[in-house]
Ligand binder design. Structure first.
Ligand code: 3PG
Length: 212
């Protein structure tokens, strides 16, 4: 199955910040055990590439993404490590062009109509809506669906999503998946609270299975 189809199937993209690469395996085991085989590891820490490399070698069924990709060199390192998709907070044409050259699925970030149209002109059709809550949340998505609903463009809203508001995003027809850190919060990972991470992940997956 193609990358975007797999993301749209699970509908949940955990946004992970790992300070220590050796925490990658227990976290992956926890997510997989909860039924989630998608994971975005952000290039905000020095451990990101090594963590992706370890997981891609050990868990071929895990769909691994590299997050917070701000420049092409990070993308190259992510691809070499085994990432299958890349996510960025913004729409950087250099990064999009590099992703297309490298053949990796790219999800650039947008928060305005002009950025959506720019992304479409670059042949990006699955977009991170970031920062979702701060940029208008579900009401903003509904507004986007007016002029862009018929285009087939899909969003992965991320930023400020949590158990109390995740369902309202998942109900929107333009939402391929929701992203966020709520089930993999840094403090939960630091505390190695795999039980809580597993529970939050199962709850998110259950919400994602809910039909509007
Ligand atoms: C991101 O990088 O996508 C966001 O930092 C995740 O947002 P959240 O922490 O509010 O879920």
């Amino acid at each position: 199955m193609a990358v975007f189809e797999r993301i749209a199937e699970k509908r949940i993209v955990p946004v992970v910040v790992l300070d220590h690469e050796e925490l990658a395996e227990p976290l992956a085991e926890t997510l997989l055990g909860a039924g989630l085989d998608v994971m975005e590891i952000t290039f905000r820490t020095a451990a990101a590439a090594a963590a992706i490399h370890r997981l891609s070698a050990q868990y071929p069924d895990l769909l691994l993404g590299a997050g917070t990709i701000l420049e092409p060199d990070q993308l190259r390192r992510a691809v070499e490590a085994g990432a299958r998709f890349a996510v960025a907070p913004g729409l950087n044409e250099c990064v999009v062009a590099a992703a297309q050259e490298m053949g990796i699925a790219m999800v650039p970030g947008v928060m305005t109509p002009s950025e959506i149209e720019k992304a479409m002109s670059l042949e990006c059709f699955t977009l991170k809506f970031f920062p979702a809550e701060q940029a208008g949340g579900v009401a903003m998505l509904k507004a986007f669906e007016g002029p862009y609903g018929h285009t087939g463009i899909k969003f992965i809203p991320t930023g400020g999503i949590h158990p109390a508001n995740m369902r309202s995003y998942l109900e929107r027809p333009s939402v391929a998946a929701i992203g966020g850190s709520w089930m993999v919060e840094k403090k939960l990972i630091a505390a190695r609270d795999w039980g809580r991470i597993g529970q939050l992940t199962r709850e998110a997956l259950a919400a994602a299975g809910m039909k509007p």
